[in-house]
Design a protein around this ligand. Structure first.
Ligand SMILES: Cc1cc2nc3c(=O)[nH]c(=O)nc-3n(C[C@H](O)[C@H](O)[C@H](O)COP(=O)(O)OP(=O)(O)OC[C@H]3O[C@@H](n4cnc5c(N)ncnc54)[C@H](O)[C@@H]3O)c2cc1C
Length: 643
């Protein structure tokens, strides 16, 4: 069955308001001659009344206006028409490039070392601070709702370091209190379970079926087997896989088995050793995508074992990672328990950090009231304050004033609203994405440039759909759906978290935010090439295409429960992240990780002169604690004298 635009509601008036139309689109414009005014004297978009990026819908994340200047730099076309920059006359103790968690942490650690009155400027190319830690707001009739536009929660497979835990504590977040805020029983009390949506193009029929998790026993399997549109052989193979107790590598020790598993993909393990039907491979393909951004063809079987994917029980592997196991696959019980999800994800962490740096901009006093605090963007970039956060500002060059070994200053050049400015600083921290850095400086050795470039960013999309109600989810008894063959490979209702004055909705007839995730990649290629292909795909995809896919997928998967996309969708925000996760090393593609050898991220993050390098990329690991740890290390690299 196919839907017409009208049936899907493509003509409906929903909130797709594109914030950028009136604000920072000017960034994308050609560089214009300077008026002679200093940058600080020229009010930026953030100083205008009503400036409120989280309330914008439409295409967000890497939004129009945020990336064009950087792409011109990449393509070598920027400087041909850039003209002469104008000095703003400003001079700082530190300029930070990038206003994500790592950039904000850098500013905090720098103040802790250099003193509260040290002067810090943060330059960020997006229209909001937080980097990946972004928030989406929705107003549906009288209901105010939050969603996470990127970073979802405090969580990490590895234990948070004492430094990162200290930051979380200093911000006032009581991680152990999470169960008090989260209504964990709501979905189970309504009988909602995880389900799989099999699509016609991949599996022959559109069907929503309960997940066949072995821990739910025989009844659940029977329910799954009765409904799933899989061949009898595929069902038999899946059953065999889920209870696999055969040793498929007889005669090898546990460590020899791990060594072999580290060198083969999970797809190959399933196909060549377990010998399952291709339908089973297709069904399991997206499992590692939320962590790695690629499917099972590009993730090792050893990682699949660490991630508890099926098929390994019979191997009787000794606990613990073998050489080359991915960091995500190496789970820790302590880390599992260290979890906290704000309704806007780790955007609340970014907002708390900004409150500590620029108190006037973020009213309130606690980690509870941060969720409903209304940011005063016009206070972020005020002269005379110890910390200034300048948004819509893409840094295009950083260079020492002379030989990096002896220079006393760094000059930082950036574009804001189509104009080119310079500021000076005693120190600079590059907390931006590593592949961008080689375009900003010509002061680095070749080996470091190569190392920075190897940090291939992982593309992904979190789409938030404001639904007028979620009765269809109750009707179809699900809160989370995996959709292996679909455009969005998973979608689900968020945890029901209420904090401070923020009350999440709990009744099925009330509005809710549904999150749909897409991990664009190109199976069959090495992981980095898959990410590059996915990134190109994301930049080439229009909002209209996203919207049509959202509507059609929901109609097909949830329509039987009464979800009518034409009636039920109130607003859509597509958070596209072509430069998403930090690349994590993978035994299939990174010999140094498997065999041992210098890690590119260690070479990449070396300081040069008065410039240090932070960001989660510096740890080759996409987690908030890494962004904080690397900021701490970068500030130490600067060797600033304590005041
Ligand atoms: C969709 C998504 C979900 C995630 N979920 C989680 C999660 O649940 N838990 C978790 O721990 N981690 C998660 N992460 C990982 C996340 O990347 C880290 O947790 C952390 O937020 C990274 O912070 P950062 O400051 O290192 O990088 P970023 O957040 O990427 O910040 C770097 C900033 O530098 C800016 N920048 C780049 N170039 C320039 C330039 N030339 N001039 C000015 N600014 C520039 C970028 O635009 C960006 O805003 C997620 C990431 C994504 C994309």
């Amino acid at each position: 069955m196919s839907w017409t635009d009208k049936e899907l509601g493509m003509d409906r008036s929903i909130t797709r308001r594109d914030f950028m139309n009136g604000a920072a689109m000017a960034i994308a414009a050609a560089i214009t001659p300077h008026s002679g005014l200093l940058a600080q004297a020229v009010p930026g978009p953030q100083d205008r009344p009503g400036y409120d990026p989280p309330a914008a819908h439409g295409l967000r994340g890497s939004h129009p206006g945020a990336f064009e200047v950087a792409h011109q730099l990449r393509d070598g076309t920027f400087w041909t028409h850039a003209g002469q920059p104008e000095s703003t006359g400003e001079s700082y103790d530190l300029v930070v490039v990038g206003g994500g968690i790592s950039g904000l942490s850098s500013a905090r650690f720098f103040h802790a070392t250099a003193g509260k009155t040290a002067r810090v400027l943060i330059l960020e190319n997006h229209d909001d601070f937080g980097g990946h830690a972004k928030r989406n707001e929705f107003q549906v009739d009288k209901t105010f709702m939050l969603g996470y536009g990127g970073t979802y929660s405090i969580e990490s497979p590895a234990v948070y370091s004492p430094v990162a835990k200290g930051v979380v504590r200093d911000l006032g977040i009581d991680v152990a209190s999470y169960p008090r805020h989260n209504n964990a029983q709501l979905y189970p009390s309504l009988g909602l379970k995880d389900k799989i949506f099999f699509d016609k193009e991949t599996f022959g029929a559109d069907r929503l079926v309960v997940s066949p998790s072995p821990r739910h026993g025989a009844k659940r399997w029977q329910e799954f087997a009765a409904q799933a549109p899989l061949s009898d052989k595929a069902k038999a193979d899946l059953k065999r896989l889920l209870s696999c107790d055969e040793d498929l590598m007889p005669g090898l020790s546990s460590s020899q088995k791990k060594a072999k598993l580290a060198r083969m993909s999970y797809a190959d393990y399933l196909t060549k050793l377990v010998k399952v039907d291709p339908q089973v491979v297709a069904m399991l393909d997206p499992e590692p995508k939320p962590l790695y951004g690629v499917g099972i063809d590009a993730v090792s079987a050893q990682d699949a074992w660490g991630l508890d994917m099926p098929g390994f029980d019979g191997l009787k592997l000794a606990p613990g990672a073998g050489p080359g196991m991915g960091r995500d696959a190496n789970r820790s019980e302590e880390a599992e328990k260290y979890f906290f999800h704000f309704p806007d994800g780790n955007s609340s962490i970014a907002r708390l950090m900004v409150r500590s740096l620029v108190p006037e901009a973020v009213p309130g006093h606690s980690a509870d009231d941060i969720v409903t605090s209304q940011i005063r963007y016009d206070q972020l970039d005020q002269p005379g304050k110890p910390t200034l956060i300048r948004l819509n500002s893409t840094v295009v060059r950083v260079r020492h004033d002379g030989d990096p070994a002896t220079a006393k200053e760094v000059e930082i050049t950036y574009v804001r609203q189509g104009r080119l400015y310079t500021v000076k600083a005693a120190h600079c921290i590059l907390a931006c994405w590593h592949p961008v850095i080689p375009y900003l400086t010509n002061e680095l050795p070749k080996a470091q440039i190569a190392a920075l470039r190897s940090a291939e960013k992982v593309p992904l999309v979190y789409t938030n759909v404001a639904l007028k109600n979620w009765k269809s989810f109750v009707q179809l008894q699900t809160s989370g759906v995996s959709a292996p063959g679909c455009y969005f490979t998973e979608f689900g209702l968020d945890h029901r978290v209420s904090i401070g004055n923020y009350r999440c909705t709990t009744k099925p007839e009330e509005p809710i935010v549904l999150t749909m995730a897409r991990y664009p990649c190109q199976p069959g290629l090495p992981a980095r090439a898959q990410h590059r292909a996915g990134r190109a795909n994301l930049y080439a995809t229009s909002f209209e295409t996203f919207e049509r896919n959202i509507r059609e997928q929901l109609a097909r998967s949830m329509g039987a429960g009464g979800l009518d996309p034409a009636q039920d969708i109130a607003a859509i925000t597509v958070n596209r992240w072509p430069h998403g996760y930090a690349y994590q090393y993978n035994s299939l593609w990174d010999p140094f990780w498997l065999e041992g050898g210098p890690l590119p991220c260690v070479e990449a993050r070396k300081p040069f002169g008065r410039i240090a390098i932070a960001n989660a990329d510096a740890d080759a690991y996409a987690y908030t604690d890494c962004a904080i740890n690397q900021a701490y290390r970068a500030v130490n690299d600067l060797k600033v004298a304590a005041s």
